[in-house]
Design a protein around this ligand. Sequence first.
Ligand code: F6P
Length: 560
Amino acid sequence: MTPLRTSFSPAIIPFTQIDLTQKTAWKLLEQHYRQQARHVHLRDLFAQDAGRGTRLSAEGAGIYLDYSKNLVTDQTLRLLMRLARECGLRQRIEAMFSGDRINATEQRAVLHTALRAPANSSLRVDGKDVIAPVQKVLQRMGKFSAQIRTGEWPGFTGKPIRHVINIGIGGSDLGPMMAVEALRHYADAELDVRFVSDVDGADFEQAIHGLAADQTLFIVCSKTFTTMETLSNARLARDWLVQALGDERAVARHFSAVTTNTAAAGKFGIARDNMFGFWDWVGGRYSLTSAIGLSLMIAIGEDGFRDLLAGSHAMDRHFRETPLEQNLPVLMGMLTVWYNNFFQAHSQVVLPYSRSLKKFPAYLQQLAMESNGKQTTLDGAPVSYQTSPVYWGDSGINGQHSFYQLLHQGTRMVPCDFIGFCEPLTRTPEQHQLLMASMCAQAEALAFGKSAQEVRAAGTPEELVSHRSFEGNRPSNTLLMQRLTPHALGAMIALYEHSVFTQGVIWNVDSFDQWGVELGKALAKRTSAELADSSLPLTHDSSTNALLKRLRRQSPAARS
Ligand code: F6P
Protein backbone atom coordinates (compact mmCIF):
# COMPACT_ATOMS: atom_id res chain seq x y z
CA MET A 1 0.00 0.00 0.00
CA THR A 2 1.31 3.46 -0.84
CA PRO A 3 1.97 5.38 2.35
CA LEU A 4 -0.11 8.53 2.76
CA ARG A 5 1.69 11.77 2.15
CA THR A 6 2.13 13.50 5.46
CA SER A 7 3.83 16.70 6.38
CA PHE A 8 5.78 15.07 9.18
CA SER A 9 9.20 16.52 9.34
CA PRO A 10 11.95 14.10 8.22
CA ALA A 11 12.99 13.78 11.85
CA ILE A 12 9.71 12.01 12.56
CA ILE A 13 9.48 9.65 9.61
CA PRO A 14 11.85 6.99 10.98
CA PHE A 15 9.57 6.57 14.00
CA THR A 16 6.55 5.82 11.85
CA GLN A 17 8.27 3.19 9.74
CA ILE A 18 9.26 0.46 12.18
CA ASP A 19 6.37 -1.68 13.36
CA LEU A 20 5.58 -0.92 16.98
CA THR A 21 6.07 -4.51 18.09
CA GLN A 22 9.57 -4.54 16.57
CA LYS A 23 10.80 -1.58 18.57
CA THR A 24 13.45 -2.31 21.17
CA ALA A 25 11.46 -0.77 24.02
CA TRP A 26 8.39 -2.81 23.09
CA LYS A 27 10.38 -6.04 23.16
CA LEU A 28 11.94 -5.09 26.47
CA LEU A 29 8.50 -4.31 27.86
CA GLU A 30 7.23 -7.72 26.71
CA GLN A 31 10.10 -9.41 28.45
CA HIS A 32 9.71 -7.26 31.54
CA TYR A 33 5.99 -8.06 31.64
CA ARG A 34 6.56 -11.82 31.30
CA GLN A 35 9.42 -12.07 33.75
CA GLN A 36 8.48 -9.51 36.38
CA ALA A 37 5.52 -7.20 36.06
CA ARG A 38 2.76 -9.78 35.84
CA HIS A 39 4.00 -11.36 39.07
CA VAL A 40 4.15 -8.19 41.14
CA HIS A 41 1.54 -7.34 43.75
CA LEU A 42 0.78 -3.81 44.86
CA ARG A 43 0.97 -5.01 48.48
CA ASP A 44 4.64 -5.91 47.98
CA LEU A 45 5.46 -2.81 45.96
CA PHE A 46 4.11 -0.61 48.73
CA ALA A 47 5.75 -2.70 51.46
CA GLN A 48 9.14 -2.39 49.75
CA ASP A 49 8.94 1.37 49.33
CA ALA A 50 7.42 3.44 52.11
CA GLY A 51 7.53 6.56 49.93
CA ARG A 52 5.83 5.04 46.89
CA GLY A 53 2.50 6.81 47.48
CA THR A 54 4.07 10.23 47.02
CA ARG A 55 7.05 9.30 44.88
CA LEU A 56 4.79 8.04 42.09
CA SER A 57 2.80 11.22 41.80
CA ALA A 58 2.96 14.25 39.54
CA GLU A 59 1.30 17.62 39.40
CA GLY A 60 0.44 20.03 36.63
CA ALA A 61 -2.09 22.78 35.83
CA GLY A 62 -3.69 22.34 39.25
CA ILE A 63 -4.17 18.59 38.95
CA TYR A 64 -2.48 16.15 41.32
CA LEU A 65 -2.06 12.68 39.84
CA ASP A 66 -1.39 9.77 42.16
CA TYR A 67 -0.29 6.89 39.93
CA SER A 68 1.33 4.83 42.66
CA LYS A 69 -1.47 2.25 42.65
CA ASN A 70 -0.46 1.01 39.21
CA LEU A 71 1.24 -2.27 38.44
CA VAL A 72 4.52 -0.62 37.65
CA THR A 73 8.04 -0.66 38.99
CA ASP A 74 10.68 1.95 38.29
CA GLN A 75 11.89 -0.30 35.49
CA THR A 76 8.39 -0.39 33.93
CA LEU A 77 8.23 3.40 33.95
CA ARG A 78 11.71 3.70 32.44
CA LEU A 79 10.75 1.32 29.64
CA LEU A 80 7.41 3.02 28.97
CA MET A 81 9.19 6.37 28.65
CA ARG A 82 11.76 4.75 26.41
CA LEU A 83 8.92 3.48 24.22
CA ALA A 84 7.44 6.98 24.10
CA ARG A 85 10.80 8.31 22.93
CA GLU A 86 11.28 5.55 20.36
CA CYS A 87 7.84 6.39 18.97
CA GLY A 88 8.88 10.03 18.59
CA LEU A 89 6.31 11.35 21.07
CA ARG A 90 8.21 14.59 21.71
CA GLN A 91 8.47 15.35 18.00
CA ARG A 92 4.83 14.48 17.41
CA ILE A 93 3.76 16.79 20.24
CA GLU A 94 5.77 19.58 18.62
CA ALA A 95 4.30 18.74 15.21
CA MET A 96 0.77 19.06 16.63
CA PHE A 97 1.41 22.35 18.43
CA SER A 98 3.14 23.90 15.44
CA GLY A 99 0.35 23.13 13.00
CA ASP A 100 1.84 20.29 10.92
CA ARG A 101 -0.80 18.29 9.10
CA ILE A 102 -0.73 15.43 11.56
CA ASN A 103 -4.30 14.43 10.63
CA ALA A 104 -2.71 12.65 7.69
CA THR A 105 -5.74 10.98 6.11
CA GLU A 106 -7.56 14.31 5.88
CA GLN A 107 -4.38 16.34 5.37
CA ARG A 108 -5.31 18.72 8.18
CA ALA A 109 -3.51 20.43 10.99
CA VAL A 110 -4.74 19.67 14.51
CA LEU A 111 -4.86 22.87 16.47
CA HIS A 112 -7.42 22.76 19.25
CA THR A 113 -4.54 24.01 21.41
CA ALA A 114 -4.58 27.29 19.42
CA LEU A 115 -8.16 27.88 20.59
CA ARG A 116 -6.90 28.52 24.10
CA ALA A 117 -3.52 30.08 23.33
CA PRO A 118 -3.04 33.59 24.76
CA ALA A 119 -4.23 36.45 22.56
CA ASN A 120 -0.68 37.78 22.21
CA SER A 121 0.85 34.47 21.06
CA SER A 122 1.55 33.83 17.42
CA LEU A 123 1.11 30.85 15.18
CA ARG A 124 1.00 30.76 11.39
CA VAL A 125 -0.32 27.81 9.40
CA ASP A 126 0.10 27.83 5.63
CA GLY A 127 1.30 31.40 5.97
CA LYS A 128 -1.87 32.50 7.76
CA ASP A 129 -2.18 33.75 11.32
CA VAL A 130 -4.35 31.41 13.38
CA ILE A 131 -4.55 33.27 16.67
CA ALA A 132 -6.20 36.54 15.57
CA PRO A 133 -9.26 34.85 13.96
CA VAL A 134 -9.68 32.70 17.10
CA GLN A 135 -9.66 35.82 19.26
CA LYS A 136 -12.09 37.59 16.97
CA VAL A 137 -14.64 34.78 17.26
CA LEU A 138 -14.15 34.72 21.03
CA GLN A 139 -14.90 38.43 21.23
CA ARG A 140 -18.06 38.05 19.14
CA MET A 141 -19.15 35.12 21.32
CA GLY A 142 -18.51 37.26 24.40
CA LYS A 143 -20.67 40.07 23.09
CA PHE A 144 -23.47 37.77 21.98
CA SER A 145 -23.56 35.80 25.22
CA ALA A 146 -23.52 38.99 27.32
CA GLN A 147 -26.50 40.28 25.35
CA ILE A 148 -28.39 37.06 25.94
CA ARG A 149 -27.48 36.96 29.63
CA THR A 150 -28.48 40.56 30.32
CA GLY A 151 -31.68 40.27 28.33
CA GLU A 152 -30.48 42.88 25.82
CA TRP A 153 -31.06 40.44 22.98
CA PRO A 154 -34.79 40.58 22.43
CA GLY A 155 -36.67 37.74 20.85
CA PHE A 156 -39.12 38.36 18.00
CA THR A 157 -41.84 39.68 20.32
CA GLY A 158 -39.41 41.88 22.25
CA LYS A 159 -39.13 39.60 25.29
CA PRO A 160 -35.67 38.57 26.53
CA ILE A 161 -34.30 35.10 25.79
CA ARG A 162 -34.48 32.87 28.88
CA HIS A 163 -34.06 29.40 27.35
CA VAL A 164 -31.21 28.19 25.18
CA ILE A 165 -31.34 24.89 23.32
CA ASN A 166 -28.16 23.51 21.77
CA ILE A 167 -28.91 21.27 18.80
CA GLY A 168 -25.97 19.07 17.81
CA ILE A 169 -24.60 15.57 18.09
CA GLY A 170 -21.25 13.91 18.87
CA GLY A 171 -18.61 16.55 19.46
CA SER A 172 -21.19 19.27 18.81
CA ASP A 173 -23.20 18.04 21.79
CA LEU A 174 -21.21 15.90 24.24
CA GLY A 175 -18.56 18.51 25.13
CA PRO A 176 -20.88 21.48 25.78
CA MET A 177 -23.50 19.25 27.43
CA MET A 178 -20.91 17.75 29.78
CA ALA A 179 -19.42 21.15 30.60
CA VAL A 180 -22.75 22.93 31.19
CA GLU A 181 -23.72 20.13 33.57
CA ALA A 182 -20.30 20.19 35.25
CA LEU A 183 -20.33 23.96 35.77
CA ARG A 184 -24.00 24.49 36.61
CA HIS A 185 -22.87 25.89 39.96
CA TYR A 186 -21.41 28.89 38.09
CA ALA A 187 -24.33 29.32 35.71
CA ASP A 188 -26.91 32.08 35.58
CA ALA A 189 -29.93 30.62 37.37
CA GLU A 190 -32.29 32.71 35.23
CA LEU A 191 -31.11 31.01 32.06
CA ASP A 192 -32.08 27.50 31.21
CA VAL A 193 -29.64 25.71 28.87
CA ARG A 194 -30.78 22.41 27.34
CA PHE A 195 -29.48 19.98 24.72
CA VAL A 196 -31.06 18.02 21.90
CA SER A 197 -29.08 15.42 19.98
CA ASP A 198 -31.24 12.36 19.42
CA VAL A 199 -33.56 12.07 16.42
CA ASP A 200 -36.00 10.25 18.63
CA GLY A 201 -38.66 12.99 18.74
CA ALA A 202 -38.91 12.45 22.49
CA ASP A 203 -35.61 14.28 22.93
CA PHE A 204 -36.89 17.41 21.22
CA GLU A 205 -40.26 17.23 22.95
CA GLN A 206 -38.61 16.98 26.32
CA ALA A 207 -36.30 19.90 25.53
CA ILE A 208 -39.10 22.28 24.59
CA HIS A 209 -41.40 21.10 27.35
CA GLY A 210 -42.85 24.10 29.16
CA LEU A 211 -40.86 26.64 27.12
CA ALA A 212 -42.18 29.84 25.58
CA ALA A 213 -41.05 29.96 21.95
CA ASP A 214 -40.64 33.74 22.04
CA GLN A 215 -38.04 33.40 24.82
CA THR A 216 -36.12 30.48 23.34
CA LEU A 217 -32.87 30.61 21.39
CA PHE A 218 -31.68 27.62 19.36
CA ILE A 219 -27.97 27.17 18.72
CA VAL A 220 -27.46 24.79 15.83
CA CYS A 221 -23.99 23.34 16.33
CA SER A 222 -22.56 21.37 13.46
CA LYS A 223 -19.05 21.52 12.13
CA THR A 224 -20.19 20.32 8.70
CA PHE A 225 -23.82 21.49 8.80
CA THR A 226 -24.66 18.29 6.93
CA THR A 227 -25.28 15.93 9.86
CA MET A 228 -28.64 14.27 9.32
CA GLU A 229 -29.68 14.16 12.99
CA THR A 230 -28.81 17.79 13.67
CA LEU A 231 -30.46 19.14 10.54
CA SER A 232 -33.57 17.11 11.19
CA ASN A 233 -33.83 18.50 14.75
CA ALA A 234 -33.06 22.01 13.53
CA ARG A 235 -35.96 21.77 11.04
CA LEU A 236 -38.24 20.53 13.80
CA ALA A 237 -37.20 23.48 15.95
CA ARG A 238 -37.77 25.96 13.14
CA ASP A 239 -41.26 24.56 12.46
CA TRP A 240 -42.13 24.72 16.15
CA LEU A 241 -40.93 28.30 16.43
CA VAL A 242 -42.57 29.57 13.26
CA GLN A 243 -45.82 27.87 14.14
CA ALA A 244 -45.77 29.34 17.64
CA LEU A 245 -44.84 32.87 16.56
CA GLY A 246 -46.67 32.82 13.25
CA ASP A 247 -43.90 34.48 11.27
CA GLU A 248 -40.87 33.17 9.34
CA ARG A 249 -38.95 36.31 10.27
CA ALA A 250 -38.76 35.07 13.86
CA VAL A 251 -36.02 32.61 12.79
CA ALA A 252 -33.46 35.43 12.57
CA ARG A 253 -33.98 36.35 16.24
CA HIS A 254 -34.19 32.82 17.61
CA PHE A 255 -31.56 30.83 15.74
CA SER A 256 -27.83 30.97 15.82
CA ALA A 257 -25.31 28.59 14.25
CA VAL A 258 -21.83 27.36 15.09
CA THR A 259 -20.25 25.84 12.01
CA THR A 260 -17.43 25.81 9.49
CA ASN A 261 -20.07 25.72 6.73
CA THR A 262 -21.61 29.17 6.89
CA ALA A 263 -23.10 28.82 3.39
CA ALA A 264 -25.28 25.88 4.48
CA ALA A 265 -26.27 27.65 7.71
CA GLY A 266 -27.26 30.70 5.65
CA LYS A 267 -29.40 28.54 3.36
CA PHE A 268 -31.14 27.19 6.43
CA GLY A 269 -32.16 30.78 7.22
CA ILE A 270 -29.74 31.67 9.97
CA ALA A 271 -28.64 35.30 9.95
CA ARG A 272 -24.94 35.87 9.24
CA ASP A 273 -24.60 37.98 12.39
CA ASN A 274 -25.74 35.04 14.49
CA MET A 275 -23.13 32.65 13.06
CA PHE A 276 -19.92 31.73 14.82
CA GLY A 277 -17.25 30.01 12.83
CA PHE A 278 -14.39 27.66 13.49
CA TRP A 279 -11.89 25.85 11.32
CA ASP A 280 -11.21 22.47 9.73
CA TRP A 281 -8.24 22.08 12.08
CA VAL A 282 -10.59 21.67 15.04
CA GLY A 283 -11.86 18.09 15.26
CA GLY A 284 -15.48 17.63 16.39
CA ARG A 285 -14.51 15.83 19.60
CA TYR A 286 -11.82 18.46 20.30
CA SER A 287 -14.13 21.41 19.71
CA LEU A 288 -15.53 22.36 23.13
CA THR A 289 -13.01 25.21 23.44
CA SER A 290 -14.09 26.63 20.06
CA ALA A 291 -17.39 28.42 19.38
CA ILE A 292 -19.01 25.00 19.92
CA GLY A 293 -18.79 26.04 23.58
CA LEU A 294 -21.20 28.96 22.96
CA SER A 295 -23.99 27.44 25.07
CA LEU A 296 -21.48 27.04 27.91
CA MET A 297 -20.38 30.66 27.56
CA ILE A 298 -24.00 31.79 27.70
CA ALA A 299 -24.51 29.68 30.82
CA ILE A 300 -21.40 30.70 32.79
CA GLY A 301 -20.48 33.98 31.14
CA GLU A 302 -17.44 35.06 29.16
CA ASP A 303 -15.13 35.23 32.19
CA GLY A 304 -15.99 31.69 33.22
CA PHE A 305 -15.44 30.44 29.68
CA ARG A 306 -12.10 32.22 29.52
CA ASP A 307 -11.13 30.54 32.82
CA LEU A 308 -11.88 27.20 31.24
CA LEU A 309 -9.67 28.14 28.27
CA ALA A 310 -6.92 29.18 30.69
CA GLY A 311 -7.12 25.79 32.42
CA SER A 312 -6.83 23.97 29.11
CA HIS A 313 -3.94 26.21 28.10
CA ALA A 314 -2.13 25.52 31.38
CA MET A 315 -2.38 21.80 30.66
CA ASP A 316 -1.32 22.35 27.02
CA ARG A 317 1.84 24.03 28.27
CA HIS A 318 2.43 21.31 30.82
CA PHE A 319 2.13 18.69 28.07
CA ARG A 320 4.44 20.53 25.72
CA GLU A 321 7.08 21.60 28.23
CA THR A 322 7.30 19.06 31.05
CA PRO A 323 9.74 16.14 30.88
CA LEU A 324 7.96 12.93 29.91
CA GLU A 325 8.59 11.39 33.34
CA GLN A 326 6.55 14.07 35.14
CA ASN A 327 4.11 14.77 32.35
CA LEU A 328 0.52 13.95 33.38
CA PRO A 329 -0.99 13.18 29.95
CA VAL A 330 2.11 11.17 29.01
CA LEU A 331 2.02 9.15 32.22
CA MET A 332 -1.69 8.44 31.89
CA GLY A 333 -1.44 7.66 28.18
CA MET A 334 1.51 5.32 28.62
CA LEU A 335 -0.19 3.52 31.52
CA THR A 336 -3.19 2.91 29.27
CA VAL A 337 -0.87 1.43 26.64
CA TRP A 338 0.74 -0.72 29.35
CA TYR A 339 -2.56 -2.29 30.46
CA ASN A 340 -4.09 -2.42 27.00
CA ASN A 341 -1.20 -4.06 25.20
CA PHE A 342 0.63 -6.06 27.84
CA PHE A 343 -2.03 -7.02 30.40
CA GLN A 344 -4.63 -7.18 27.58
CA ALA A 345 -7.09 -5.09 29.60
CA HIS A 346 -10.11 -4.40 27.39
CA SER A 347 -11.51 -1.34 29.04
CA GLN A 348 -10.74 1.74 31.09
CA VAL A 349 -13.26 3.01 33.60
CA VAL A 350 -13.53 6.67 34.62
CA LEU A 351 -15.10 7.33 38.02
CA PRO A 352 -15.78 10.94 38.98
CA TYR A 353 -16.72 11.42 42.63
CA SER A 354 -18.70 14.50 41.73
CA ARG A 355 -22.30 14.58 40.64
CA SER A 356 -21.47 17.50 38.38
CA LEU A 357 -19.14 15.30 36.33
CA LYS A 358 -21.78 12.68 35.67
CA LYS A 359 -21.56 13.23 31.92
CA PHE A 360 -17.76 13.27 31.81
CA PRO A 361 -17.41 9.55 30.97
CA ALA A 362 -19.85 9.87 28.04
CA TYR A 363 -17.83 12.79 26.70
CA LEU A 364 -14.61 10.79 27.10
CA GLN A 365 -16.05 7.86 25.21
CA GLN A 366 -16.19 9.86 22.00
CA LEU A 367 -12.86 11.53 22.67
CA ALA A 368 -10.99 8.26 23.20
CA MET A 369 -12.82 5.76 21.06
CA GLU A 370 -13.47 7.91 17.98
CA SER A 371 -9.83 8.98 18.16
CA ASN A 372 -8.08 5.67 18.67
CA GLY A 373 -10.58 3.00 17.68
CA LYS A 374 -8.51 2.37 14.55
CA GLN A 375 -6.99 -0.65 12.82
CA THR A 376 -4.74 0.99 10.25
CA THR A 377 -1.43 2.69 10.97
CA LEU A 378 -0.46 6.10 9.64
CA ASP A 379 1.58 4.25 7.03
CA GLY A 380 -1.56 2.47 5.78
CA ALA A 381 -0.66 -0.95 7.21
CA PRO A 382 -2.92 -3.06 9.43
CA VAL A 383 -1.98 -2.81 13.09
CA SER A 384 -0.56 -5.93 14.69
CA TYR A 385 -1.62 -4.98 18.22
CA GLN A 386 -4.69 -3.77 20.08
CA THR A 387 -5.61 -0.09 19.88
CA SER A 388 -8.10 1.84 22.06
CA PRO A 389 -9.68 0.16 25.04
CA VAL A 390 -13.37 0.74 25.65
CA TYR A 391 -13.81 3.82 27.86
CA TRP A 392 -16.79 3.81 30.15
CA GLY A 393 -17.87 5.02 33.57
CA ASP A 394 -20.37 6.80 35.74
CA SER A 395 -20.52 8.75 38.96
CA GLY A 396 -18.25 6.73 41.26
CA ILE A 397 -20.48 6.63 44.29
CA ASN A 398 -23.40 5.28 42.28
CA GLY A 399 -21.13 2.80 40.54
CA GLN A 400 -20.17 1.39 43.93
CA HIS A 401 -23.70 0.09 44.22
CA SER A 402 -23.89 -1.32 40.73
CA PHE A 403 -20.79 -2.34 38.75
CA TYR A 404 -17.95 -2.12 41.31
CA GLN A 405 -18.54 -5.77 42.22
CA LEU A 406 -16.94 -6.66 38.88
CA LEU A 407 -14.09 -4.22 39.45
CA HIS A 408 -13.28 -5.86 42.80
CA GLN A 409 -13.91 -9.54 42.18
CA GLY A 410 -14.57 -10.01 38.46
CA THR A 411 -12.23 -11.96 36.22
CA ARG A 412 -11.19 -8.99 34.09
CA MET A 413 -8.71 -6.31 34.93
CA VAL A 414 -10.31 -2.88 34.54
CA PRO A 415 -7.89 0.00 35.21
CA CYS A 416 -9.70 2.86 36.97
CA ASP A 417 -9.36 6.63 36.95
CA PHE A 418 -10.77 8.12 40.16
CA ILE A 419 -11.53 11.84 40.05
CA GLY A 420 -12.05 13.88 43.22
CA PHE A 421 -11.92 17.38 44.70
CA CYS A 422 -10.66 18.69 48.03
CA GLU A 423 -13.46 21.25 48.38
CA PRO A 424 -17.15 20.79 47.66
CA LEU A 425 -19.22 23.22 45.61
CA THR A 426 -22.06 23.06 48.08
CA ARG A 427 -22.27 23.85 51.78
CA THR A 428 -22.40 20.20 52.72
CA PRO A 429 -18.94 19.38 54.14
CA GLU A 430 -20.03 16.11 55.72
CA GLN A 431 -21.48 14.81 52.48
CA HIS A 432 -18.29 15.79 50.70
CA GLN A 433 -16.14 14.04 53.28
CA LEU A 434 -18.17 10.90 52.79
CA LEU A 435 -17.72 11.19 49.03
CA MET A 436 -13.94 11.59 49.20
CA ALA A 437 -13.60 8.95 51.92
CA SER A 438 -15.44 6.52 49.65
CA MET A 439 -13.21 7.35 46.71
CA CYS A 440 -10.01 6.75 48.69
CA ALA A 441 -11.43 3.60 50.25
CA GLN A 442 -12.34 2.13 46.86
CA ALA A 443 -8.88 2.78 45.39
CA GLU A 444 -7.33 1.22 48.51
CA ALA A 445 -9.60 -1.83 48.42
CA LEU A 446 -8.92 -2.39 44.73
CA ALA A 447 -5.16 -2.17 45.23
CA PHE A 448 -4.69 -4.15 48.42
CA GLY A 449 -7.76 -6.35 48.66
CA LYS A 450 -8.30 -8.63 51.62
CA SER A 451 -6.45 -11.93 51.73
CA ALA A 452 -8.03 -15.28 52.61
CA GLN A 453 -5.91 -15.26 55.72
CA GLU A 454 -7.36 -11.94 56.86
CA VAL A 455 -10.88 -13.12 56.04
CA ARG A 456 -10.35 -16.30 58.07
CA ALA A 457 -8.85 -14.36 60.94
CA ALA A 458 -12.06 -12.31 61.06
CA GLY A 459 -13.95 -15.55 61.87
CA THR A 460 -15.52 -16.16 58.45
CA PRO A 461 -16.81 -19.75 57.99
CA GLU A 462 -14.43 -21.68 55.74
CA GLU A 463 -17.00 -22.20 52.95
CA LEU A 464 -17.32 -18.42 52.57
CA VAL A 465 -13.64 -17.53 52.70
CA SER A 466 -13.05 -17.54 48.95
CA HIS A 467 -16.28 -15.59 48.34
CA ARG A 468 -15.29 -12.92 50.80
CA SER A 469 -11.62 -12.59 49.80
CA PHE A 470 -10.34 -9.84 47.53
CA GLU A 471 -7.15 -10.52 45.64
CA GLY A 472 -6.51 -6.78 45.15
CA ASN A 473 -3.76 -5.74 42.74
CA ARG A 474 -6.31 -3.85 40.64
CA PRO A 475 -4.73 -0.70 39.25
CA SER A 476 -5.98 2.85 39.50
CA ASN A 477 -5.01 6.48 39.04
CA THR A 478 -6.41 9.16 41.31
CA LEU A 479 -6.81 12.69 40.02
CA LEU A 480 -7.29 15.23 42.78
CA MET A 481 -8.10 18.89 42.26
CA GLN A 482 -8.87 21.68 44.71
CA ARG A 483 -12.38 22.48 43.53
CA LEU A 484 -14.45 21.95 40.41
CA THR A 485 -13.96 25.32 38.72
CA PRO A 486 -14.03 26.20 35.00
CA HIS A 487 -10.21 26.29 35.17
CA ALA A 488 -10.02 22.79 36.68
CA LEU A 489 -12.46 21.40 34.13
CA GLY A 490 -10.50 22.99 31.28
CA ALA A 491 -7.29 21.44 32.58
CA MET A 492 -8.90 18.03 32.92
CA ILE A 493 -10.33 18.16 29.40
CA ALA A 494 -6.89 18.94 27.99
CA LEU A 495 -5.34 16.24 30.18
CA TYR A 496 -7.53 13.56 28.60
CA GLU A 497 -7.19 15.04 25.09
CA HIS A 498 -3.42 14.75 25.36
CA SER A 499 -3.49 11.35 27.03
CA VAL A 500 -5.55 10.09 24.07
CA PHE A 501 -3.09 11.74 21.68
CA THR A 502 -0.18 10.04 23.47
CA GLN A 503 -1.85 6.65 23.05
CA GLY A 504 -2.48 7.35 19.36
CA VAL A 505 1.18 8.25 18.82
CA ILE A 506 2.29 4.93 20.31
CA TRP A 507 -0.24 2.96 18.26
CA ASN A 508 0.77 5.04 15.23
CA VAL A 509 -2.81 5.72 14.20
CA ASP A 510 -4.49 8.89 12.98
CA SER A 511 -6.27 10.02 16.16
CA PHE A 512 -8.04 12.83 14.32
CA ASP A 513 -10.04 11.16 11.54
CA GLN A 514 -13.20 9.05 11.94
CA TRP A 515 -13.77 7.09 8.75
CA GLY A 516 -15.41 4.34 10.77
CA VAL A 517 -18.64 6.32 11.13
CA GLU A 518 -19.15 6.80 7.38
CA LEU A 519 -20.52 3.44 6.27
CA GLY A 520 -23.44 3.46 8.72
CA LYS A 521 -24.31 7.03 7.69
CA ALA A 522 -24.37 6.10 3.99
CA LEU A 523 -26.49 3.00 4.60
CA ALA A 524 -28.93 4.98 6.76
CA LYS A 525 -29.59 7.32 3.81
CA ARG A 526 -30.57 4.32 1.72
CA THR A 527 -32.70 2.65 4.42
CA SER A 528 -34.49 5.95 5.19
CA ALA A 529 -35.47 6.27 1.55
CA GLU A 530 -36.67 2.67 1.57
CA LEU A 531 -38.80 3.19 4.67
CA ALA A 532 -40.28 6.36 3.25
CA ASP A 533 -41.22 4.68 -0.04
CA SER A 534 -42.36 1.06 0.27
CA SER A 535 -42.41 0.60 -3.49
CA LEU A 536 -38.59 0.60 -3.50
CA PRO A 537 -37.16 -2.92 -3.82
CA LEU A 538 -35.25 -4.25 -0.81
CA THR A 539 -31.95 -5.76 -1.90
CA HIS A 540 -30.06 -6.01 1.40
CA ASP A 541 -29.11 -9.20 3.24
CA SER A 542 -32.04 -11.33 4.45
CA SER A 543 -31.87 -9.98 8.01
CA THR A 544 -31.95 -6.30 7.02
CA ASN A 545 -34.68 -7.00 4.44
CA ALA A 546 -36.84 -8.74 7.06
CA LEU A 547 -36.42 -5.91 9.56
CA LEU A 548 -37.26 -3.25 6.97
CA LYS A 549 -40.29 -5.23 5.76
CA ARG A 550 -41.58 -5.55 9.32
CA LEU A 551 -41.04 -1.83 9.93
CA ARG A 552 -42.91 -1.00 6.73
CA ARG A 553 -45.79 -3.32 7.63
CA GLN A 554 -46.07 -2.23 11.25
CA SER A 555 -45.60 1.51 10.78
CA PRO A 556 -48.54 3.66 11.94
CA ALA A 557 -49.07 4.84 8.33
CA ALA A 558 -49.31 1.28 6.99
CA ARG A 559 -51.65 0.19 9.79
CA SER A 560 -54.12 3.05 9.50
O1 F6P B 1 -20.38 11.00 12.95
C1 F6P B 1 -19.31 11.38 13.70
C2 F6P B 1 -19.13 12.86 13.70
O2 F6P B 1 -18.58 13.28 12.51
C3 F6P B 1 -18.28 13.32 14.88
O3 F6P B 1 -16.95 13.21 14.65
C4 F6P B 1 -18.77 14.71 15.10
O4 F6P B 1 -18.43 15.19 16.34
C5 F6P B 1 -20.26 14.51 14.90
O5 F6P B 1 -20.36 13.54 13.89
C6 F6P B 1 -21.04 15.73 14.54
O6 F6P B 1 -20.61 16.30 13.35
P1 F6P B 1 -21.02 17.78 12.96
O7 F6P B 1 -20.50 18.67 14.01
O8 F6P B 1 -20.40 18.02 11.62
O9 F6P B 1 -22.53 17.83 12.89
